[in-house]
Ligand binder design. Structure first.
Ligand SMILES: Cc1cc2nc3c(=O)[nH]c(=O)nc-3n(C[C@H](O)[C@H](O)[C@H](O)COP(=O)(O)O)c2cc1C
Length: 217
């Protein structure tokens, strides 16, 4: 298992969404996944309850079925977009039109990606999703762990991309993966593979002074 020689700042600025450069032919060893997972368990969670689980899907048939749900979520989303997303877009950030080509590649090849990760959070009742503060705790307890996993993966030459469209068909995905739907919330679907080449540049982002508010909005 090789490690890339990246400084912390390089790691933080070059862990990008990888779609076209996922190596679909190279298997990912279970040990490297477990190593990244061990690092992810160090992430903070609400009340240190660590009520999350990662489901790694490697079986080809299950990957194919999950990829189909992702595609269905994009083509036939169950929940409508509310309002115009353009209203909250920021000028200098990389827009979706620049990402579209890469997203199309993932759309076509997702089933070929060697590992599909579905990060999940346990809840006592799915209705917890109706309350904003609970919601903040649910997603706030999984996001750091997943990002920590993605950083650890990058440092070992692996690429990932956060995606959510399959969640339009979360119930179907739960059935496919034997996830108890009523008490376990799926939060994303993350393709995981070695990258083709390991050099990645920092992304185009909104300048920090445009996102900072000091003392008031
Ligand atoms: C909540 C969330 C949802 C996302 N959904 C998708 C998705 O459905 N499909 C996809 O290809 N990328 C998705 N992404 C990846 C983003 O497009 C990507 O992180 C962002 O454009 C920055 O790109 P970069 O990492 O290359 O700089 C998602 C990212 C986040 C955080």
């Amino acid at each position: 298992m090789s490690r890339l020689d990246l400084s912390v700042d390089e790691l933080l600025t070059t862990t990008r969404a990888v779609r076209k450069r996922l190596d679909l032919t190279r298997p990912v060893e279970r040990e490297v996944i477990e190593e990244c997972l061990t690092l992810a368990t160090q992430a903070p969670t609400g009340r240190n309850r660590q009520h999350w689980d990662f489901v790694f899907v490697t079986d080809p048939d299950r990957r194919a079925a999950l990829a189909d749900l992702y595609r269905m979520g994009l083509v036939r989303p169950r929940q409508p977009l509310l309002g115009g997303a353009d209203a909250i877009n920021r000028g200098d950030a990389e827009g979706w039109d620049r990402i579209a080509d890469s997203a199309q590649h993932l759309f076509e090849h997702l089933h070929e990606v060697p590992v599909l990760l579905v990060p999940c959070v346990r809840v006592t009742d799915r209705r917890e999703l109706e309350y904003p503060v609970r919601l903040a705790n649910i997603y706030g307890s999984i996001l750091p762990a997943v990002w920590q996993f993605m950083l650890a993966a990058r440092s070992r030459g692996l690429g990932t991309a956060w995606t959510t469209p399959h969640l339009h068909y979360e119930r179907e995905a739960a059935k496919l993966l034997d996830i108890p739907y009523d008490t376990v919330i799926q939060t994303a679907l993350i393709p995981l593979a070695y990258t083709i080449g390991t050099d990645f540049r920092p992304g185009l982002r909104v300048p920090a002074d445009e996102v900072a508010h000091w003392d008031r909005w």
